[in-house]
Design a protein around this ligand. Structure first.
Ligand code: SAM
Length: 173
């Protein structure tokens, strides 16, 4: 049993200004006041968790999200160029384990989540399931992302640490 945690975790987006504003999930989250949007790296909070697909360590329930979670909203073609710009901030870089995108742009593609999916997945793994559902409720495909990944998400949420996350992930890849 892994009860859901009640207080919401602060969510931050560094917006690199590379996406189509009409399709951008980060901008939509900001409009609904579910996340704060920044266009300057210097304004981002320190000691938060940065969701980084290239990080060596996987996110796990052992991570402390109280200082918040940051997503870098940029084009997938630019991730290798933009992520190093955030190195100087001393953030906790974490990769999300194997999950499938549920959004129409990348439906069914492993690991390539959009910003809203990345937040929802991280919140779910960290035990903030209600907040994860709230984020996904603003998108008409949001429910399908959670349904598609419900089984691994439930398992990831029971892991003790990053090593266990990688072990669980190996059953899905
Ligand atoms: C590259 S942007 C693309 C945003 C997209 N244009 C949108 O409208 O949502 C997605 C961001 O979500 C986070 N993310 C996505 N998949 C991830 C993964 N497998 N591990 C860690 N972070 C991930 C990263 O912060 C990544 O930069």
């Amino acid at each position: 049993m892994n009860p859901t945690k009640s207080r919401d975790i602060p969510l931050y987006i560094y917006h690199a200004g590379q996406c189509d504003p009409k399709k951008c999930t980060g901008r939509k989250m900001a409009r609904f006041e579910l996340a704060r949007l920044y266009d300057k790296i210097s304004k981002l909070p320190r000691s938060a968790i940065l969701l980084d697909p290239m990080a060596e360590k996987a996110l796990s329930p052992a991570d402390d999200p109280k200082k918040g979670i940051i997503v870098l909203d940029c084009s997938w073609e630019e991730v290798e160029r933009v992520f190093p710009e955030l190195e100087k901030l001393n953030l906790e870089h974490r990769a999300l384990p194997y999950m499938l995108a549920g959004n129409p742009v990348n439906f069914g593609r492993p690991f390539k989540l959009n910003s809203a999916e990345a937040f929802a997945a991280a919140l779910y793994i960290l035990g903030y399931k209600e907040q994860a559902e709230k984020v996904m409720s603003k998108f008409n495909w949001g429910h399908s992302f959670l349904e598609l990944n419900r089984e691994p998400l439930e398992e990831y949420a029971t892991a003790k640490n990053s090593t266990e996350i990688v072990e669980i992930q190996s059953h899905y890849i």
